[in-house]
Design a protein around this ligand. Structure first.
Ligand code: PGA
Length: 236
């Protein structure tokens, strides 16, 4: 399974270092061999060796250049980073990334052989408009994306569930994941208000290959517990 932490605009560089060290010790002590990923804030990116894969929450589709406020490939390479999150709903909806710019970024990092965690998800009004509207909306987020890229992981994160404490029912997650699996055989994560109290039942669902966790992952003890749940389920 894949257990991923999106730390967003939280944890400084030194806090991130402590976080990674604590997580690494836990994974080693508990013999956890699930795929664990952590996406720190940009200035908290750092070299890391061990079980945890450190990835970037974002980078521009460039090696370097004149793109004020962005980082490029050179900045990732400095820390040995070759994993990137693309298409997160906060980047789509708050920072105005279009599907076109997302595709450009996807193709750029795909050409470089990066592992890509690609996020999709519908806002509340789309969900309320019914299943057809929802599937059409999600379809548009697959546009231009190589869904069979071998280093692709997809994260389905309903926008209305992110950071709100609201989660679709387990039946809804399972049914949607079953449909999404028809579009791509890539591992499929669920994200949106995953926490210690619901992670186990979500991870146990068919076609859920892992979780992408935001708020609850800020506490390394909580995130570690979710990694342990994944291991438990896999050992069954
Ligand atoms: P959340 O965020 O767990 O705080 O809902 C998930 C995400 O945005 O990836």
């Amino acid at each position: 399974m894949i257990i991923a932490a999106n730390l967003k605009t939280n944890l400084t560089r030194s806090e991130t270092k402590k976080y990674l060290d604590a997580l690494e010790s836990f994974l080693n002590a508990q013999n956890i061999d699930q795929r664990v990923m952590v996406f720190p804030a940009m200035t908290s990116l750092q070299e890391h060796s061990g079980k945890v894969c450190v990835g970037a929450q974002n980078a521009y589709a460039t090696q370097n250049g004149a793109f004020t406020g962005e980082i490029g490939l050179d900045h990732l390479k400095e820390f040995g980073i070759n994993t990137i999150l693309i298409g997160h709903s906060e980047r789509r909806h708050i920072l105005g990334e279009t599907q076109e710019s997302i595709v450009e970024k996807f193709n750029y990092y795909k050409e470089l052989g990066f592992e890509i965690v690609y996020c999709i998800g519908e806002p509340l009004d789309v969900r309320e408009a019914g299943e057809e509207a929802m599937l059409n909306y999600l379809d548009a987020q697959y546009q231009g994306i190589d869904t069979e890229y071998e280093k692709l992981t997809i994260a389905y994160e309903p926008v209305w569930a992110i950071g709100t404490g609201k989660v679709p029912t387990l039946e809804d997650i399972e049914s949607l994941h079953t449909k999404l699996k028809e579009k791509s055989s890539a591992p499929l994560l669920y994200g949106g208000s995953v926490k210690v109290s619901n992670a186990k039942e979500i991870l146990a669902l068919t076609h859920v290959d892992g979780v992408l966790v935001g708020g609850a992952a800020l506490y390394v003890e909580h995130f570690s517990t979710m990694c342990a749940y994944a291991q438990e389920l896999e050992n069954k």
